[in-house]
Design a protein around this ligand. Structure first.
Ligand code: ADP
Ligand code: ADP
Length: 234
């Protein structure tokens, strides 16, 4: 069954007398093991869609299910709890905390996790995730002591550490040179091959091509599925 599902979901922003339909009647199912890309011109609703997928914002109408649970009408506290348990975010701007070491940045989602892992479990999981992104030797560094590509790889480790249902990824290479960008994209591909479900916003057609399913947004409408490839492990 679908890990994420949107049914007739719309988002309207009201400013003064203006109504902006940021998303119109979205129908979307994401299955375990898929790698989706979402692209489209500026203002088409990509950020709004990712925010609602990640429970950072709520729809105006329609329904949204995560792992079969209707999450369309949650309070902010309930949304935060499900977000921590189920969603991993990767942003264009890394969003690491500069006062904390790489280790402590990656450990953060576990320190507030409902499973209350022990210190030892936290250390093991943080190490394993940093090794997965090739940064096992940088645990005591501060983010500012790393290159941009390394910082994004730390952000990937942080997004993975609580074993989320899905990784939501927003223009992951936007602040990187092309070599580091390609490295980050390779890591996402490797993670997907290992079973991680990914939903990525990108405007780069080369990167959109790496997904198993490409979606296009135009003026708030989802334009179907270009270049459907079989998910590797569905
Ligand atoms: P994209 O990420 O594709 O550039 P967005 O999701 O940011 O698009 O925006 C979609 C539409 O919703 C745009 O017309 C934008 O102006 C509008 N919009 C987004 N956020 C707000 C907001 N907080 N208030 C009013 N309008 C908004
Ligand atoms: P990679 O190819 O692994 O992304 P780089 O070639 O960018 O790494 O960087 C090589 C080393 O130089 C890194 O291990 C990192 O610790 C250090 N380094 C890179 N950029 C910076 C920076 N802006 N400030 C401090 N150290 C840096």
């Amino acid at each position: 069954s679908a890990v994420l599902e949107m049914k007739g979901l719309s988002k309207v922003f009201e400013t003064d007398e203006l109504q902006t339909y940021a998303l119109r009647s979205i129908e979307l199912k994401v299955y375990s093991g898929e790698y989706l890309s979402i692209s489209g011109p500026s203002g088409c609703g990509k950020s709004t869609l990712l925010s609602i997928l990640g429970l950072l914002d709520m729809p105006t109408s329609g329904e949204y299910f995560i792992d079969g649970v209707n999450v369309s009408k949650l309070t902010l506290n309930q949304a935060a709890e499900i977000r921590n348990a189920k969603i991993g975010f990767i942003f264009q701007s890394f969003n690491l905390i500069d006062e904390l070491s790489v280790f402590d940045n990656v450990a953060l989602p576990l320190r507030y996790h409902h499973s209350k892992p022990s210190k030892h479990e936290i250390a093991e999981k943080v190490k394993a995730c940093l090794e997965k992104v090739g940064l096992g030797h940088r645990m005591s560094h501060k983010p500012s002591q790393l290159s941009g590509g390394q910082q994004q790889r730390v952000a990937i480790a942080r997004a993975l550490v609580a074993e989320p249902t899905i990784l939501l990824v927003d223009e992951p290479t936007g602040n990187l040179d092309s070599k580091s960008g390609d490295q980050v994209m390779q890591i996402l591909t490797d993670l997907n091959n290992g079973g991680t479900t990914i939903c990525m916003v990108t405007h780069d057609p080369r990167y959109a091509d790496m997904a198993s399913r490409q979606l296009k947004l135009l003026d708030g409408e989802l334009l179907g599925e270009i270049a459907v490839k079989e998910p590797l492990n569905a």
